[in-house]
Design a binder for this molecule. Structure first.
Ligand SMILES: [Zn+2]
Length: 507
């Protein structure tokens, strides 16, 4: 295995370099040679000698974990050894993705001709009583669709389709899932699950509409506003300059000390900086960086908690296990991040920031309930992303048809505008077939919380935060590279993955 570790070490170093370049680009807009790094990366992976070494070891190794290590590497190297055409397409895909990510990072939306940041849009959607302004803010996000398509988004989708065909996969969705060690069968019944949930969602939405809006029909630009009406405390002004101390104080309750990790935070908006939230796990156990965009509202802590969750997760992996660490599922990664994000509305987190009272508890219990019921609607976005690769797309109107057909079929609602909001979601460009990770991560969290509470005979995991964190480390984080996601899920729950855990409201 010595030779194999050497290959993995080299792969790791290449990745560290690429991720550092990417961090610079996403935080400043400067590109110091990403295309060059992509080329080097391709040269490395397509090297036949290395691949042969991995294949040779496939039959040779006896140890179960070594077998798993070889399986992970083979999965990563295989696509580079099928045809020269595939490698050419890979490079084209990477470079076009890089170009379009700049388009997204540098684009700024406008309301009534005036530039607004994503934080400002978010703020209007949350708190403006002016429904027309909220509509404008929501729909401003569609301004990027045309630009994205003009710059080559459909070419990117076509290249990905071409890649999947040349690879021999059913379609690009199947290809991407196979690299994530997932089967597309998991999604089989999801459309029905959404449809079955609709009556209950409609019922609660009607109730909220009557109470807070009194309009004919709730529109997408009303959703965050309703959240803020249910729990006005979410929008309380907070002093963000002390964010690090605040988060660390909270983490201490789980036995986590952020000072022990090297996590760099870049959290305020700037020109040419990406408007999303990211964690760049540059080097496991050594260097982790967080990009976010916040200003001064309590609910903005949600993204800081999510990204800090990623940071901590990668520090809890064993840095020596450079091969197994490659096998950590995106579902586990987003799951751990969502787990920390979910503490936003728990007293264990908010008490020190906005205080605690019966009224606050009531507000947050209601908002959690409302959000829980809506969680399943995330499936709409996940399936739209997949359908881009399962339909014929010639121009922007085809994308919009796919969007609206998916929307109508799942939500049984009519279009909310002519030009839907999709392109601003950077995942379609940079992380295709990834969105299921957040949703399945949340389902996984609900399962973990349930298993833990049952074991300790308690109602909330926050009753035993330190024990819970040890449980997560021992049962999820440490074994996470060793087993495929579905195996890991079954090891903890005793059952196959299922959406039934969504209905479980244990915290
Ligand atoms: Zn995340």
């Amino acid at each position: 295995m010595e030779k194999i570790y050497k290959i993995a070490e080299e792969a790791k170093n290449l990745n560290v370099k690429r991720m550092k370049l990417s961090w610079t680009k996403f935080t400043t807009g400067f590109d110091f040679g990403i295309e060059e790094a992509n080329k080097k990366n391709l040269e490395f992976y397509k090297d036949e000698k290395k691949y042969k070494e991995i294949i040779k070891m496939e039959d040779k190794v006896e140890d179960k974990m070594d077998k798993r290590r070889i399986e992970i590497l083979k999965n990563d190297f295989e696509p580079y050894h099928l045809s020269d055409k595939l490698n050419k397409i890979t490079l084209k895909i990477q470079n076009l993705t890089n170009k379009l990510s700049s388009v997204l990072n540098n684009f700024r939306f406008k309301i009534d001709g005036k530039e607004v940041t994503s934080v400002e849009i978010y703020d209007i959607l949350n708190s403006s009583d002016d429904r027309n302004l909220r509509k404008k803010a929501f729909l401003s996000r569609n301004q990027i669709n045309k630009k994205l398509v003009d710059e080559g988004f459909i070419d990117l989708v076509d290249l990905r389709k071409e890649f999947a065909e040349e690879f021999g996969a059913n379609d690009y969705v199947d290809y991407k899932l196979s690299r994530q060690e997932l089967s597309s069968e998991i999604f089989d019944n999801w459309e029905n699950e959404v449809r079955e949930a609709l009556p209950e969602i409609r019922k609660i939405n009607n109730k909220m509409n009557k109470k807070y809006l009194n309009v004919e029909e709730i529109k997408p630009w009303d959703m965050s506003y309703i959240s803020s009406q249910i729990a006005p405390k979410l929008n309380e002004k907070v002093e963000m300059s002390k964010y690090y101390e605040t988060i660390n104080k909270f983490m201490n309750k789980f036995g986590i000390n952020l000072d022990n990790y090297n996590i760099v935070y870049d959290i305020f908006p700037r020109k040419n900086k990406s408007e999303w939230g990211y964690n760049f796990p540059i080097e496991t156990g050594k260097d982790s960086r967080i990009l976010a965009n916040v200003k001064n509202k309590f609910n903005e802590y949600g993204v800081l908690l999510h990204e800090s969750g990623h940071g901590i997760h990668f520090y809890e992996l064993n840095p020596e296990e450079i091969i197994l660490n490659r096998g950590v599922s995106g579902i586990i990664s987003e799951g751990i991040a969502n787990l920390f994000g979910s503490f936003l509305t728990e007293p264990i987190f908010y008490k020190n920031i906005i205080g605690d009272s019966k009224k606050i508890r009531e507000q947050f219990a209601n908002i959690k309930n409302w959000r829980n019921i809506q969680t399943i609607l995330n499936i709409t976005g996940i399936l739209f992303d997949q359908k881009l690769y399962q339909n014929n797309i010639q121009d922007i109107n085809d994308i919009h048809d796919v969007y609206w057909n998916n929307y109508k079929s799942l939500l049984k609602k009519e279009p909310y505008a002519e030009n839907p909001v999709w392109g601003y979601r950077i995942h379609h460009t940079t992380h295709p077939i990834y969105l299921h990770n957040y949703f399945m991560g949340t389902v996984t969290n609900k399962m973990i919380k349930q298993v833990f509470c049952k074991k300790h005979n308690i109602e909330k995991i926050t009753e035993k935060p330190k024990e819970f964190w040890s449980f997560v480390k021992d049962n999820i984080i440490r074994p996470s590279g060793k087993y495929k996601y579905n195996e890991l899920f079954k090891r903890i729950s005793g059952e196959d993955f299922s959406l039934k855990y969504l209905k479980n409201d244990i915290d």
